[in-house]
Design a protein around this ligand. Structure first.
Ligand SMILES: [Zn+2]
Length: 179
């Protein structure tokens, strides 16, 4: 999606940085996630809920790192890209997830496999963040487009399981949300 310069100017005035919450802290520079108020609010709510559920609090908040995006919704401050959570890159969380799946597949059904399949969804903060954003965030769905939540888990977890190889590759190292 492309936007003309007038639209960008009109909307560009009211951008804010995604604020830190109580149980999570934005560790990237404010300029990395300058967004519209609605998106800041929606992200703040979902991130706080994710962080509390994952066991973080005011005394020990989890860090979240954004990087600026360029295309489509980013031009209007209606999208944000998360590259790391808990000081670990989303791509590394995904690699860890895939390795755990591989380990689980090698075990016969039973206790050993359960250690992997029950532990990883609890301890993998990248996956947890993706699922929390999916569960608790209301992201935009432009007419004729899928819900604007993309990341390395989109093909297996949804919401748009038919994501193309190209788009999946483009989101192998970050989670994109738009509102
Ligand atoms: Zn993006």
């Amino acid at each position: 999606m492309q936007y003309d310069n007038d639209t960008k100017r009109q909307c560009g005035r009211r951008l804010v940085s995604v604020p830190s919450g109580k149980a999570y802290r934005v560790s990237s520079p404010a300029a990395n996630a300058m967004v519209a108020h609605e998106l800041a609010d929606e992200l703040g709510r979902a991130l706080e809920r994710f962080a509390i559920e994952a066991g973080f609090d005011e005394r020990g908040p989890v860090s979240v790192f954004f990087r600026p995006g360029i295309f489509g919704h980013h031009q209007l401050g209606r999208a944000a890209d998360i590259y790391a959570v808990g000081g670990v890159g989303i791509d590394q969380w995904k690699r860890r997830w895939d390795e755990a799946c591989g380990r689980a597949a090698r075990f016969a059904p039973g206790a050993a496999r359960q250690i992997v399949t029950k532990t990883e969804p609890v301890t993998n903060l990248g996956w947890r963040l993706y699922k929390a954003l999916q569960r608790y965030g209301r992201w935009s769905q432009p007419y004729g487009y899928p819900i604007q939540l993309f990341g390395p888990w989109t093909r297996s977890e949804g919401p748009w399981k038919h994501i193309s190889d190209r788009l999946l590759r483009a989101h192998h190292d970050h989670i994109h949300v738009a509102k």
